[in-house]
Design a protein around this ligand. Structure first.
Ligand code: ASP
Length: 355
């Protein structure tokens, strides 16, 4: 009797496995992820070893957060959100907490996300209360009929879909504040009052962890390929320090700082946004791949080292294709960057003399 039962259990288990194999999506793609943490005048000679170590550790932590999602079969969009959450929470980066200040002493945050499988996209600009702007961009894509929301309206939409809201002082960091004050003084512009809710000013200036102006960028971005073969791109930023008049850069502009299409590639950019908007950089890279059949790295280099150079723009991009090509290209002395493919080794770079 016992023998018959065991046989039946075995038969049922085999049948269940066979059914699962029929319904499960074949995992035909090896996942991959590329991350940037901003480009700028980031040079070995002026970088303190402990600062460099902190950036490398943060890039590793963020990339691994996305890789974990992809490795468990999650979508490229989910991987991007998970990676950017880590970077938005990390005060080292100019996104979420740790964002640069506007000339009026505010943190105004921009973000965008795009799904290469269906060309859906979501973007926000000038957000001041939503803890994770990348999740708000995702909600605009998934839960609204729109592509882009700005300012207080975007924050109120975030609250309406249950995204965490914070007091604007949550984004305050002493280092960014003092960096703003230094820049405004140098340029002879008025210094705004210390923001409400910020901790009391320390008696002495906080140590600069980078040389002045080294890191006026610091935007974060991710491109990812999941096991289903879908690519996506996401970018989050505080924009440029001391920006005025509701200025918005390229990061939340679909086609400029962020773009993804399974037909070609996914791109996230960082740099002086005005140039990236004028060239429609992210879409430009994908057009070279799509219309000219260029390998991804060649397309990335063509856009950064020829087209961006030609108009004296500065910055860089990361990119990925559905067939697993990964690329980065930048014309600044450095760009915080990392990449990892399924079964491969994590590569992290900062300076332009690294691979
Ligand atoms: N591209 C961003 C902007 O112009 C800034 C950056 O990448 O750091 O807003």
């Amino acid at each position: 009797m016992a023998k018959i039962c065991i046989t039946w259990v075995a038969v049922l288990a085999i049948a269940a496995l066979a059914a699962q194999a029929q319904t499960a999506q074949p995992a035909t793609h090896h996942w991959a992820i590329v991350v940037h943490g901003g480009a700028g005048v980031i040079e070995r000679a002026t970088m303190k070893p402990e600062t460099e170590a902190a950036y490398r550790a943060s890039m590793k932590q963020a990339t691994e957060a996305g890789a974990k999602v992809l490795d468990s079969g999650g979508s490229s969009l989910d991987a991007i959100e998970a990676t950017i959450h880590v970077l938005e929470d990390d005060p080292l980066f100019n996104a979420g907490r740790g964002a640069v200040f506007t000339a009026e002493g505010k943190n105004e945050l921009d973000a965008a996300i795009m799904d290469g499988s269906n060309l859906k996209a979501g973007a926000v600009a000038g957000v001041t209360r939503t803890r994770h702007p990348i999740s708000l961009a995702r909600a605009v894509m998934d839960k609204s009929p729109h592509v882009m929301l700005v300012g207080a309206g975007a924050d109120s939409f975030a609250a309406s879909v249950g995204l965490e809201q914070v007091d604007p002082s949550y984004f305050f960091t002493e280092r960014r504040w003092q960096s703003l004050v230094r820049q405004l003084k140098k340029e002879g512009r008025p210094i705004p009052p210390r923001p409400a809710g910020a901790p009391p000013a320390p008696p002495a200036p906080v140590a600069e962890i980078e040389p002045p102006d080294a890191h006026k960028y610091g935007t974060v971005g991710v491109v990812a390929l999941d096991r289903q073969g879908n690519i996506a791109a996401g970018t989050s930023t505080g924009g440029t320090q001391a920006k005025q008049w509701g200025r918005v850069g390229d990061s939340p502009i679909i086609g400029a700082g962020t773009y993804a299409s399974n037909q070609s590639c996914a791109v996230s950019a960082t740099g002086t946004g005005e140039y990236f908007i004028r060239l429609g950089i992210a879409r430009e890279v994908c057009n070279l791949v799509y219309f000219k059949g260029m390998p991804l790295q060649q397309a990335a280099d063509q856009v950064i080292h020829k087209e961006l150079d030609a108009i004296h723009g500065d910055g860089g991009i990361i990119a990925i294709t559905p067939d697993g090509q990964l690329a980065w290209s930048f014309n600044t002395p450095g760009m915080y960057r990392a990449k990892l493919s399924e079964g491969g080794k994590l590569e992290i770079g900062i300076y332009n003399d690294e691979p």
